[in-house]
Design a protein around this ligand. Structure first.
Ligand code: NDP
Length: 500
């Protein structure tokens, strides 16, 4: 094997022996000067980076977004023009479980997309559900705490989950989706994705339209029951990685039909629901989905850590022609996600190859730890401040989005007042057939196992308000469960493996 490469230190020097440490005498001890050994051990100590607080366990692949429809009247975003083909990266995830958690757990799935457009990276960081548990960012850390481990027991706490949910009726919509069949997809390929937040599109005439993005699976919806998932987890904890990586490796490239819903800017003041409320959908009858293209995943990463663990998605990444909206949760995430990556990956996380834009990047940020981008980011060594008279990079006014035409007084508005948190859940409940309703009731009853009766009563009162059959169904399922002989005896208050 003459072409075998020489093992080196990270500084490039040949390593003479990778089997035996350098000792004083045959029986030791090891010499401090065995630098190759020290470097090897020191590197191992530093292999882990901070785990994502949410969405720690993920699976990802590369692909393309092809635009087949014509929505140029709504947006001048180059990535959304007819015929545009844009390379992209997707990362799917569970929310609550840590990096070693089993994939086939009942949980919301993250559906994060990064499009490498010629105008910079556009990230759409959504879920497999169109809504979320809370509508105000003040509640986000509290909600996530209920999904994570109890600070004393270090176990998941169904009591905390249902206590929070039952005191937060805006969560009912997402709780119902989570506990329904679609709360436990078989693989990333067999679920829809939703941008979830309302964003905006704007065109050359300076008109703004509100927009929702949807990605409809072309593989069909496939879901597990709790019992089926238990069997899968007993066999493998990596069922999503197996399905996504294995599928693409076999040449099976999953596709999603891309749809948008469009709302004229001033309609936002007329709808019966707040169109910027993340706990609400826009009914299709009012704002019909428009098909605009197809997303396909067709290439596995070469190195999971470098390309998927290091992938940094943030809703702050938008491109000209696409804008934010007044959604409070979106605004908080615009700060929070980029901040999480600065903490997790470092100040220069956008220079990590998987995050690098595929277009020229010019800015005046400099220095700091791991500044590895080198070169002169302004094209001129004298252009290290702005404004300057040495032709340094300059703002592009055409990238400015039109002014927001809706406004109001600055206040802390209480959206629990006058907000109907039941009507859209009822619309969803009415879509379920009898079998799906029965599984919804059973899933909720199982997830409520061991919680105090007063919390269960408070939550079931919300189900009653959605539909009398909903509350009655959950009550009945709880009775059935409590009458059943447990197959394995468990100590009271043992947390169930449920999550969100
Ligand atoms: P529609 O009858 O047009 O249904 C909207 C969506 O419901 C469809 O896109 C469909 O997704 C989805 N859906 C159908 N069956 C189920 C199910 N068993 N579990 C979860 N989702 C399902 O009515 P509306 O637009 O008025 O929405 C009714 C309710 O549907 C909403 O309150 C919301 O809970 C839910 N929903 C609405 C969406 C929206 O953007 N309007 C998006 C997703 C859900 P698919 O095409 O994939 O089958």
């Amino acid at each position: 094997m003459t072409d075998r490469k020489t093992l080196t230190t990270t500084a490039g020097a040949p390593v003479p022996d990778n089997q035996n440490s350098w000792t004083a005498g045959e029986r030791g001890p090891v010499l401090l000067q065995d630098y190759q050994l020290i470097e090897k051990l020191a590197h191992q100590n530093r292999e882990r980076i901070p785990e994502r607080v949410v969405h720690a366990k993920g699976w990802g692949a590369y692909g393309t977004l092809k635009i087949t429809g014509d929505i140029s009247r709504y947006t001048n975003a180059k990535v959304l023009q007819p015929g545009a083909v844009t390379p992209m990266l997707a990362r799917f995830s569970t929310v609550a479980g840590e990096m070693g958690a089993a994939d086939a757990e009942r949980d919301v799935r993250g559906f994060a997309l990064k499009f490498y457009t010629e105008d910079g990276n556009w990230d759409l960081v959504g879920n497999n559900t169109p809504v979320f548990f809370v509508r105000d960012p003040y509640k986000f850390p509290d909600f996530i705490h209920t999904q994570k481990r109890h600070p004393k027991t270090n176990m998941r706490s169904p009591t905390a989950m249902w206590d929070f949910w039952s005191l937060s009726p805006e969560s009912l919509h997402q709780v119902t989706i989570l506990m329904s069949d679609r709360g436990l997809p078989v693989s990333p390929q067999h679920m829809n994705g939703y941008g979830s937040h309302t964003f905006s599109l704007w065109n050359d005439a300076g008109e703004r339209f509100w927009v929702k993005f949807h990605f409809k699976t072309r593989q069909g919806h496939k879901t597990y029951t709790n019992e089926q998932a238990d069997q899968v987890i007993a066999r493998t904890r990596e069922s999503y990685q197996e399905a996504l990586f294995g599928g693409i490796d076999n040449g099976e490239f999953p596709q999603w039909t891309v749809q948008i819903q469009i709302m004229p800017e001033l309609d936002a003041e007329k709808t019966s629901y707040n169109p910027f409320d993340l706990t609400k959908v826009w009914p299709h009858a009012e704002y019909p989905p428009i098909e605009i293209g197809v997303m396909e995943l067709n290439r596995n990463p070469e190195n999971y850590f470098a390309e998927i663990e290091n992938a940094a998605f943030s809703p702050s990444n938008i491109v000209p022609g696409i804008g934010y909206s007044p959604d409070k949760m979106l605004q908080a995430r615009v700060f929070s996600y980029a901040d999480a990556h600065r903490h997790r990956l470092g100040t220069h996380y956008e220079t990590i190859p998987v995050n690098q834009p595929r277009c020229p990047v010019h800015h005046y940020h400099r220095d700091g730890q791991m500044n590895v981008f080198g070169g002169i980011k302004t094209g001129n060594p004298d252009a290290y401040y702005e404004p300057n008279s040495v032709n340094g990079p300059f703002e592009q006014k055409s990238a400015q989005e039109p002014p927001l035409r809706i406004s109001g007084d600055a206040d802390r508005y209480n959206h629990r007042i006058g907000n109907d948190d039941y009507v859209q859940v009822r619309a969803l409940f009415n879509l379920f057939d009898d079998g799906e309703k029965a599984r919804l009731f059973a899933n909720i009853a199982a997830a409520m196992g061991g919680i105090p009766q007063e919390i269960a009563d408070r939550q079931i009162a919300h189900f009653d308000k959605v539909h009398p059959d909903y509350g009655a169904g959950v009550r009945h399922a709880r009775e059935v469960l409590s009458n059943r002989e447990p197959a394995i005896s468990v100590t009271p208050n043992t947390p169930q493996q449920v999550g969100a």
